[in-house]
Design a protein around this ligand. Structure first.
Ligand SMILES: Cc1cc2nc3c(=O)[nH]c(=O)nc-3n(C[C@H](O)[C@H](O)[C@H](O)COP(=O)(O)O)c2cc1C
Length: 192
């Protein structure tokens, strides 16, 4: 049997009573039902990362770096804050560097009408700098709080399930291709 791809689901909010957990739960339910993936969760609320970048990495940053290094790909679950993404997500991203390199990143976003798309477009620029590859198809969810099911969970509409499947298919393709390429030759950053 081929090795499962290690995919880390990254939560993009640390706000008290955040909605992010519901969206991440929906993503985890969908991706863990897919045999191609083994999932990990990266939650900045649990990590307690320092807000300033330390000269010597503490345990929280070391733990995060190890999680990012172990992953073959990522699904970022992000809200939109003032037409961007959150400070806690930027802090998390900036706390690692090479560990993100040559890996695929997919997005599930949420917010008002925009479904968090403006946050995602900004994140694409950030991940390009980290030599990561962002998936074309994401899953933008508009006003998800208005349409929870009877259990209070994100309702799995057909459109949304299809969007998640497209993103996961792209993540699986890029994840396998890049894992193989990294095994064949370590990725080296080249200065312009
Ligand atoms: C500081 C702040 C700024 C926000 N700005 C936007 C925005 O620009 N666009 C949008 O669609 N929603 C915006 N919202 C609403 C969020 O989409 C909504 O509160 C969502 O639940 C935030 O995710 P979270 O609960 O997981 O933190 C904002 C919320 C906060 C707290």
């Amino acid at each position: 049997m081929t090795r499962k791809l290690e995919v880390a689901v990254v939560l993009g909010s640390t706000r008290e009573n955040r909605f992010c957990g519901k969206v991440a739960d929906w993503v985890v339910r969908g991706a863990s039902a897919d045999e191609r993936f083994a999932l990990d969760l990266i939650d900045p609320l649990q990590l307690n990362l320092p807000c300033h970048l330390e000269a010597e990495e503490g345990l929280a940053v070391q733990g995060l770096s190890a999680q990012v290094a172990a992953a073959d790909g990522f699904i970022i679950v992000t809200p939109e804050y003032n037409h961007g993404y959150t400070a806690s997500l930027k802090n998390l991203i900036d706390s690692a560097y090479e560990e993100w390199n040559a890996k695929p990143v997919g997005f599930v976003s949420y917010g008002g009408l925009s479904g968090g798309l403006r946050a995602v477009e900004q994140l694409r620029q950030v991940f390009a700098e980290l030599h990561a590859v962002t998936m074309r198809d994401g899953v933008p969810i508009s006003n998800p709080w208005d349409e929870l099911d009877e259990k209070g969970e994100i309702a799995p509409s057909e459109l949304r399930q299809r969007a998640l499947k497209s993103m996961l298919d792209q993540l699986a393709w890029w994840g396998s291709a890049l894992a193989e390429a990294r095994r064949a030759a370590p990725y080296k950053q080249r200065a312009a």
